[in-house]
Design a protein around this ligand. Sequence first.
Ligand code: NG6
Ligand code: CA
Length: 499
Amino acid sequence: MKIFQFFAFVLLWNIAQAQQKPNIVFIYTDDLGYGDLSCYGANKISTPNIDALANNGLRFTSAFATSSTCTPSRFSLMTGKYAWRKSGTDIAPGDAALLIPTNINTMPKMLQKAGYKTGAIGKWHLGLGPKGGPDWNGEIKPGPLEIGFDYCFLIPATADRVPTVYMENRRIVNLDSKDPIQVNYQHKVGNEPTGEENPELLKMKLSEGHAQTIVNGISRIGYMTGGHAARWKDEDLAIDITNKSIEFIEKNKSNPFFLYLATNDIHVPRSPNEQFIGKSGLGPRGDVILQLDWTVGKVVEALDSLGLSENTLIIFSSDNGPVLDDGYADFANEMLNGHKPAGIYKGGKYSAYDAGTRVPFIAYWPGKIKPGVSTAKISQVDLYASFAAMNKQMLSSDDAPDSFNLQDVLLGKDRKKGRRYIVQHALNGTLSLLKENWKYIEPAEGPKVQRVTNIELGNSSVPQLFNLKADPKEEHNSYDDQPKIRKQMEGLLKRIKEQ
Ligand code: NG6
Ligand code: CA
């Protein structure tokens, strides 16, 4: 073979390899519970587009977020490291500095190395900018682009935290330099009305917190002023995020891409677009579940129409369990109509009980993943090492220290076993350990029930041990009856903590 033929062959081979890499679309929903979808047993609401992924893909029954709140779950997902190993990774204020160090490897960096174009669209909530917080009126850096994303279009923190503006790459979208943004989480800036001072201006009443600057008739956490032209309309959030996601897919149709699509739904404030208002019969919380289902349908439709579905792995999951009243009086409780957001499980968002972290998890890849149900255990922290293995990327010993390669679980070759154990983290730092049929919750300070949300948090001054097979609702503490099991569980959790 002549030398140029050899090089031509190598070049073509590389192109073919690159084309074979499956696109990855990770749809990360917010506060969606195990029982919130019809494919997970809900019968008061119907989610046909998500159900189609489940029916034609793999539906997991023992998949877990690493934490029962947002920021730590997302931190673990991106870094492959439990967030509780790093202080300051709990629910972040809207002006927090970037929580992920720029000098460590991350899942998106690994995928970039493997030849992917990477995009983060939707909710961020992992902090932005240097120590002291971001310069909202200038270049917002470091952020997603410094930790492995080629593109981002973001809600900087959460929709109920200021600033209520989009950020694209390193800039606020539509910011008028004559009307700069000021953000403050300690004291009022500017003279715009707040929920506390002017409740008569609210179109959605608050039930707890959320008493600061009113934007679009909804009072938020934190004060802001300025940036009027840049402010989003909450009723359009899902549409904007969906459109940007489809644009990203279209732009990258000829190369492998990773899309981190972090929906605002179904987090508060729940302000569905008019096409979904009143459609679920369960109030705004139900309506935004329908809106979420619409987003999924649109993304799948875009992949289909571009001929990309057979070469795209879609994973659908949630960052933590469900909550009804999360600080706004949006009738989530009153209009529940018998719907069970957590399914049979106990607790919810913020909780150490299972509903805090046991979440819907669907893997869909037509032709590659055989449809069915998987009872194998998997944690979202494992996606990093699993995607690395799928792409033959070597990880160094410092990378993704808590992430296991569960490629076979993700692709449905192992549908029974999965991860040897699962570690769960709850609001006040309580850790739990799941292994085989057992779940151990370490003793913890703090209220048993969270006042506003009415969620059982799992805090107890005594250690708790449940047999999840016999007692999936975590009702009978077997700690005193199981000396051998409790010793094993306590020992293993201690070793994991010390790693
Ligand atoms: C809580 C907020 C809640 C929500 C949560 C973060 C109050 C009373 N509650 O402090 O509304 O914003 O933080 O949710 O302010 S998460 O899904 O992003 O973790
Ligand atoms: Ca959340």
